[in-house]
Design a protein around this ligand. Structure first.
Ligand SMILES: [Zn+2]
Length: 74
């Protein structure tokens, strides 16, 4: 389930992110993780929502989202 829009999607259409030392990073196999759908990557105020819900540094969320949205083609 996407943490932002709360929609259930197939797991392979979601991006798995994890919280590591108060920062958002791509999931690497361990630690607390959550999902984002592709539609939400380009949404407004997403970094606010994610950083608020997950208690993650907002800057790190912004950086990760930027990276992800430049990788997602479709
Ligand atoms: Zn979503």
């Amino acid at each position: 389930m996407c943490i932002v829009c709360q929609k259930r999607e197939l797991q392979n259409s979601l991006i798995r992110v994890q919280k590591r030392e108060n920062k958002a990073v791509l999931y690497s196999g361990e630690g607390r993780s959550f999902y984002l759908c592709k539609a939400c990557l380009s949404g407004k105020h997403i970094s606010n929502i994610i950083s608020g819900r997950m208690k993650i540094d907002k800057r790190s969320v912004e950086v990760l989202l930027k990276e992800l949205s430049s990788n997602v083609e479709d």
